[in-house]
Design a protein around this ligand. Structure first.
Ligand code: ADP
Ligand code: ASP
Ligand code: MG
Length: 405
C-alpha cells in the first residue's frame, strides 16, 4: 500500500462535472488500496474573479484581506470534492490550510511554509479516510490566514508529501507533463519523460508556470518524488528527478519565457563609485525586484544603466528612476514594457560550447533584435520585443532539435 499526494489544478476542478471525474480518479486509487491526500486549487478563473472584485472595492486592498478573500476559492473546491467522494461511498474529510495547521510566515500573499502539523491527516488516513486539503494557503503564528502566491497549491502538495513522507506527489493539470516548451506557444513541443530538479527549477523561475518555483525547491530539498500528469488522460507524465538529464541526451532540455517583463534605462549617469547602489537602492527599498542588469560605459565618462522589473512594477519603478535621474544629474530615463524574456535551459550546456552562438544566430536569422542577454551555467536568457515571442520560441525550438521525435 502506498501513500500518494494528488494535486488538482484549477482547470481540473473547473466544473462540477470535472470535480466528479477527480473523485472517480481518487476512487480508483482507493480501490487499489492506496492512501490518498488530495490538494485542490480554486475552480479555474476563481482566484482572478475574486481579485477583480477586490479591486472594485479598493485600489490597493491590504494583503491581509486579500488573503482572507483568495483563500475562499480553494475552500469551495475542497468541500465539493468531498461531497462527490461521499456520494461514491468514500469516507473523506476536507481541511483548510489553517485547520491542518500549515504554519507559514506572515508575508501575506507570498507566505512561506514553515511547519506542517500532520497529526490530523495521519489520524484520518489511519481511519481509512481520503483527506482533502485546500491548496495555496496556511496560517501564521497569530492565526491570520495567509496565501502562498499564485500557483501556490503546487507547493502545498509538495510540502504535504514531504511532511507525510509520501511515496509520490502527483501534480494533475491540463497538460500531460512538462514539455520542451509551453505547448500553447509551440504545438510541436515534446513531453519530457524526466527532467532534473535543477532544470525544472530554472524553467519555473524563468517563466514556465507549470509548477510553482517553490514547489520544485521543496521537492528538491526534501527529496519528494514529483510527477506532473494530465487530469484528463492516462499516462506516465513527467518525473522530476535527481538524475542527470543525460537520460534524454539533450544539450537543451527546454525553452522558458516570461511575458511579465519591462525594462528601464537611465542614460548619461556620471561614472563614479556607488552609482549602481544609488540607482537601485530606492527601487529595492520599495520592494521592487530587479532581474537583469546591464551597465555600459560611454567615452565621456558616463554610463548607461539598464535593468528589468516585473511589468506590474514598471510605472512605480519609472517614477523612482525619474527622481534618481534628477538627483544624479543624469541625462534621461527611458523604458519599455512591451518586452519578454526567452530562455534556453539545459544541464547539457555545461559541457558544450557554442550553444550561445547557435541561439544568437537563430534569432538573427529571424530578424529578431536581442535587447539584453544574461547567462548562467545552465541557461541563456535574452530579452526581445514582445511581438517576437512566438517566433523566438519556435525558431529556437527547431534550432535545438527539440521537436517531436
Ligand atoms: P493548474 O491550474 O493545473 O495549476 P497551470 O495553468 O498552473 O495549471 O499550469 C499548466 C500550464 O502550464 C499548461 O496549460 C501550459 O500552458 C503551461 N506551461 C508553461 N510551460 C510549460 C511546459 N514547459 N510544459 C508544460 N506546460 C507548460
Ligand atoms: N488558486 C491559486 C491561483 O490561481 C493557487 C493555485 O491554483 O495553485 O494561483
Ligand atoms: Mg498552477
Amino acid at each position: 500500500m502506498a501513500l500518494f499526494v494528488y494535486k488538482f489544478g484549477g482547470t481540473s476542478v473547473g466544473t462540477v462535472e470535472r470535480i466528479k471525474s477527480v473523485a472517480e480518479k481518487i476512487s480508483l486509487a482507493r480501490k487499489n488500496g492506496d492512501d490518498i491526500v488530495v490538494v485542490v486549487s480554486a475552480m479555474s478563473g476563481e482566484t482572478n474573479r475574486l481579485t477583480a472584485m477586490a479591486k472594485e472595492m479598493q485600489a490597493q486592498p491590504t494583503d491581509r484581506e486579500m488573503d482572507v478573500l483568495l483563500s475562499t476559492g480553494e475552500q469551495v473546491s475542497m468541500s465539493l470534492l468531498c461531497m462527490a467522494l461521499h456520494e461514491m461511498g468514500h469516507d473523506a474529510c476536507s481541511y483548510t490550510g489553517g485547520q491542518v495547521r500549515i504554519l507559514t510566515d506572515s508575508s501575506h500573499t507570498k507566505a512561506r511554509i514553515q511547519e506542517i502539523d500532520d497529526h490530523r491527516l495521519r489520524d484520518d488516513l489511519d481511519a481509512g479516510k481520503v483527506v482533502v486539503v485546500a491548496g495555496f494557503q496556511g496560517v501564521d503564528e497569530h492565526g491570520n490566514i495567509t496565501t502562498l502566491g499564485r500557483g501556490g497549491s503546487d507547493t502545498t502538495a509538495v510540502a504535504l508529501a514531504a511532511a507525510l513522507n509520501a511515496d509520490e506527489c502527483h501534480i494533475y493539470t491540463d497538460v500531460d507533463g512538462v514539455y520542451t516548451t509551453d505547448p500553447r506557444v509551440e504545438p510541436r513541443a515534446r513531453r519530457l519523460e524526466k527532467i532534473t530538479f535543477e532544470e525544472m527549477l530554472e524553467m519555473a523561475s524563468l517563466g514556465s508556470k507549470v509548477l510553482q518555483i517553490r514547489s520544485v525547491e521543496f521537492a528538491g530539498k526534501y527529496n519528494v518524488a514529483l510527477r506532473v500528469l494530465s487530469s484528463f488522460s492516462e499516462g506516465q507524465g513527467t518525473l522530476i528527478t535527481y538524475e542527470d538529464s543525460a537520460v534524454e541526451k539533450a544539450l537543451i532540455s527546454g525553452i522558458a519565457f516570461n511575458r511579465d517583463e519591462a525594462k528601464l534605462t537611465i542614460t548619461g549617469v556620471p561614472d563614479l563609485p556607488g552609482v549602481a547602489s544609488k540607482i537601485l537602492g530606492p527601487i529595492a527599498d520599495q520592494n521592487i525586484e530587479v532581474d537583469m542588469i546591464i551597465q555600459n560605459i560611454a567615452d565621456d565618462d558616463t554610463t548607461d544603466f539598464t535593468f528589468t522589473v516585473h511589468r506590474n512594477d514598471y510605472q512605480r519603478a519609472k517614477v523612482l528612476l525619474d527622481q534618481v535621474c534628477g538627483e544624479m544629474d543624469a541625462k534621461q530615463v527611458t523604458g519599455d514594457d512591451a518586452i519578454v524574456k526567452v530562455s534556453i535551459v539545459g544541464v547539457g550546456m555545461r559541457s558544450h560550447a557554442g550553444i550561445a552562438s547557435t541561439m544568437f544566430k537563430t534569432l538573427a536569422e529571424e530578424g529578431i533584435n536581442i535587447r539584453m542577454i544574461s547567462t548562467s551555467e545552465i541557461k541563456i536568457s535574452v530579452v526581445v520585443d514582445e511581438k517576437y515571442l512566438e517566433l523566438a520560441v519556435r525558431s529556437l525550438h527547431k534550432a535545438f532539435d527539440l521537436e517531436s521525435k
